[in-house]
Ligand binder design. Structure first.
Ligand SMILES: Nc1ncnc2c1ncn2[C@@H]1O[C@H](COP(=O)(O)OP(=O)(O)O)[C@@H](O)[C@H]1O
Ligand SMILES: [Mg+2]
Length: 283
């Protein structure tokens, strides 16, 4: 796989927000036809990294080349031009609320091609079918579930048959069956049509199902990278903790109060009851 041409080259990429370094001197390459899965804990900089690769954010230092061209110094028009060659599924889905599902998927086709309305319609129908949403064209984003919105976002990202697809947590919010549908689609696109996929996920089932290579991020750096087999057997306990979803291990747990309240095994203890317990002990 690594003998194929380089489509993305990240070199010494650094991004700081204030005094915090979110991406710390990262370097790696992505090769044509591979499915690179990028994993790592919440807030470790996965989405930020994708935003830099697609040119939405400018780095503090370093370089990103996409299809051989430096994207970090491109102006908006040049970025718009190169965007025709890749699709992006944002973590939120990022649909336009005022447009229907079908119109959202049609958008890149109307912007970037000379297809007739009938041809646009046909492509929209085909892409929605690919993500298991036939017949939903006329609904508004607010009328469908979060998981469906995500799949509409995927259909839109695929509208122009991109040679390179970035997906930010494409399966979060999807049930296991829909996750399998999306994973199968990724596998088909990368196999038959030679698409390159870069998928950010913390769904380990999905990650190991689709990845040809994996990168695990932590503290702004690459903690581990390799084939799924190399990651599965990686000696670093932090990597093992992550891929096995263990609560105990070297990776710090940063559950907020909100997370605790929604966690099935952790009962939040309101301050009042703590005070009551305290008072009970008082003579
Ligand atoms: N525009 C921004 N300004 C300030 N901090 C940001 C900005 N974007 C992201 N961050 C910070 O960078 C860190 C990584 O965020 P993100 O890339 O969204 O993480 P992940 O996608 O891995 O969950 C977070 O701590 C986040 O608060
Ligand atoms: Mg993210």
């Amino acid at each position: 796989m690594l003998n194929t041409p380089v489509v993305v080259e990240v070199t010494n990429l650094t991004r700081t927000f204030g005094s915090r370094t979110v991406i710390d001197n990262l370097s790696f390459t992505i090769h044509r036809g591979e499915t690179l899965v990028i994993m790592g804990g919440s807030g470790c900089g996965k989405s930020t990294l994708l935003r830099h690769i697609i040119g939405v954010m400018k780095p503090t230092a370093g370089s990103v080349k996409i299809f051989g061209e430096e994207i970090t110094t491109m102006n908006d028009r040049q970025i718009e031009e190169i965007r025709r060659r890749f699709g992006m599924l944002f973590q939120s889905g990022a649909l336009l609320a005022s447009l229907t599902v079908g119109e959202n998927v049609a958008l890149p086709l109307l912007q970037h091609t000379d297809l007739t309305i009938d041809e646009v319609d046909e492509t929209v129908t085909q892409k929605l079918q690919m993500v298991g949403l036939s017949g939903f064209n006329e609904l508004k984003p607010s009328e469908i579930s979060g998981g469906m919105r995500k799949r509409v976002g995927l259909a839109r990202a695929l509208a122009l048959d991109p040679e390179l697809l970035f997906s930010d947590e494409p399966t979060s919010g999807l049930d296991p069956i829909m996750t399998a549908v999306v994973d199968k689609l990724t596998l088909e696109l990368t196999k038959d049509e030679g698409m390159t996929a870069v998928v950010v996920t913390h769904d380990m089932t999905s990650a190991f199902r689709i990845a040809t290579r994996m990168i695990m991020l932590g503290r702004g750096k690459i903690l581990a990278q390799g084939t799924p087999e190399e990651i599965r057997t990686h000696p670093d306990p932090e990597v093992q903790q992550f891929i096995n979803g263990e609560a105990d291990g070297p990776m710090p747990l940063n559950l907020s109060q909100d997370d605790h309240e929604h966690h099935p095994h952790v009962k939040a203890r309101p301050l009042v009851s703590a005070r009551r317990r305290f008072h009970h002990k008082m003579p």
